[in-house]
Design a binder for this molecule. Structure first.
Ligand code: SF4
Length: 439
């Protein structure tokens, strides 16, 4: 979602006549789009501000600096108050993106610092403005904010309460993305499968997927992130039945211990989650499943952690995002729970979890060797430009050289956005390597 917010802000600035530069010394304006979901992501902002301060001191060039995103929303005026020598000029909340060009213009005239983090229910965004950075994939927001308040999560505070975008706007944006060459639509929402169109009572998430599936030119559809408790039979059947909907489900579990899940306020138990996984696998046997896991949540005992390991073994995820718990400002966990798992224990647990996951991924990927998979090509390999790279419907990364005969006919970059059949020859934990099929 942050990547797409950057695309939106870049588009707004381009509309106002600005051009992108790769070198911050040439920039008149620097926008830092921030993430506060983890402590590590947040601390990057302060490092970046330090670099800008040094650059301004050494070169005498002081660009307008705007901070956007979740840290801006969370910290507000403290970001301007604490910045010596006015490094920060503008602080822009997550719901105020559309104001960026106007705030810059005001600052150019007055040079006065400005903070706007007021909430806004309006989730409309001018269509066709986002400057999409990916030639193949288009992010499309369908929901903003969240009402769930999981104990560890900063999102309801930084992104506001849940607001649905209209079906009409979503479908128009999908068509616009396809018309400008994108092949894959990636729907975004904090609980993406909670979607209910405000402009059509009959349109819930499975229905929206079906409508997008029928738009001519849509090759693939993905979505992130669904919540287990809103993952019902109709959604699972949609994954089975809609030809353009990828056979991949990212289903965050967070912990394998029911007790910890309760403390996290996740509203599902280990048993319910595993039942859901069984239903998904029975309905869509070829599906690939991925997840998010937090280790070291307050109160997580060794036994709780072992429940996470056993769940991971039982499910057999194709990939995983795993994090060490860090208390985030204004969350339930930071206010009411003691961060009582020592840092070295968190580190030991994450190393253990990641090495188990690596083993599982390697085994699952090795099962693909000898098979033919369909890949949507999204890049030319950066190293030597001799290989193409893309993803399977299940979301596994595959690299391969084009057929020599085809190589003559088509420049490498023209492969991007095409589908290819690839015979898999080798598998590692994170990706596959193969040869393009002549069929
Ligand atoms: S459902 Fe997701 S976005 Fe909402 S509070 Fe929980 S973790 Fe955060």
């Amino acid at each position: 979602m942050n990547v797409h917010d950057s695309e939106r802000m870049a588009g707004l600035l381009e509309q106002s006549g600005y051009e992108r530069t790769e070198n911050s010394q040439d920039a008149d304006i620097i926008v830092i789009n921030t993430c506060s979901v983890r402590d590590h992501a947040e601390s990057k902002l302060y490092t970046r501000l330090g670099e800008i301060r040094v650059m301004a001191h050494n070169t005498g060039h002081k660009p307008i600096v705007a901070i956007a995103g979740c840290v801006a929303q969370q910290e507000g005026t403290s970001l301007t108050a604490g910045t010596n020598g006015h490094v920060v000029d503008i602080v822009l909340g997550t719901q105020r993106q559309k104001l960026l060009p106007m705030m810059i213009q005001k600052n150019q005239l007055s040079r006065l610092q400005e903070v706007d983090i007021r909430p806004l229910d309006d989730v409309t965004f001018p269509l066709g403005i986002a400057k999409r950075s990916d030639p193949v994939k288009a992010y499309v927001n369908i929901i903003e904010g969240c009402n769930d308040h999981c104990a560890f999560c900063v999102v309801p505070n930084t992104r506001g309460h849940e607001r649905m975008r209209s079906k009409a706007d979503i479908l128009t944006e999908v068509k616009e993305a396809i018309d400008t060459g994108r092949r894959e639509i990636h729907l975004l929402g904090q609980i993406v499968n909670h979607y209910q169109a405000p402009d059509d009572q009959a349109c819930d998430f499975p229905e929206l997927l079906s409508l997008i599936n029928n738009i001519s030119g849509v090759e693939r559809i993905r979505f992130a992130s669904p919540h287990p408790r809103h993952t019902g039979k109709r959604l699972i059947q949609a994954i089975r039945d809609l030809p353009h909907l990828c056979k991949h489900l990212h289903l965050p579990v967070q912990s394998g211990s029911t007790q910890i899940l309760q403390a996290m306020r996740r509203r599902h138990s280990r048993e319910e989650y595993l039942q859901l996984i069984n239903l998904v696998r029975e309905t869509v046997p070829e599906i690939q499943i991925s997840t998010d896991i937090i280790v070291g949540f307050p109160g997580e005992s060794q036994k709780d952690f072992e429940s996470t390991l056993s769940l991971v073994k039982e499910v057999g995820y194709h990939s995983m995002f795993s994090f060490k718990y860090s208390p985030r400002p204004n969350t339930l966990a930071s206010k009411r729970m003691r961060d009582d798992v020592p840092e070295e224990e968190k580190t030991a647990r994450i190393v253990n979890l990641q090495s188990l996951q690596k083993e599982i991924q390697t085994k699952l990927n090795k099962k693909t060797v000898g098979k033919t998979v369909e890949v949507l090509i999204d890049t030319v390999s950066h190293k030597d430009k001799t290989e193409l790279c893309g993803r399977t419907s299940g979301n596994t990364v595959v690299s391969f050289p084009p057929l020599s005969a085809e190589k003559e006919k088509l420049p490498m970059n023209n492969w991007v956005g095409r589908l290819a059949k690839v015979n898999i020859k080798r598998a590692g934990p994170h990706s596959l390597w193969g040869e393009m099929s002549a069929d």
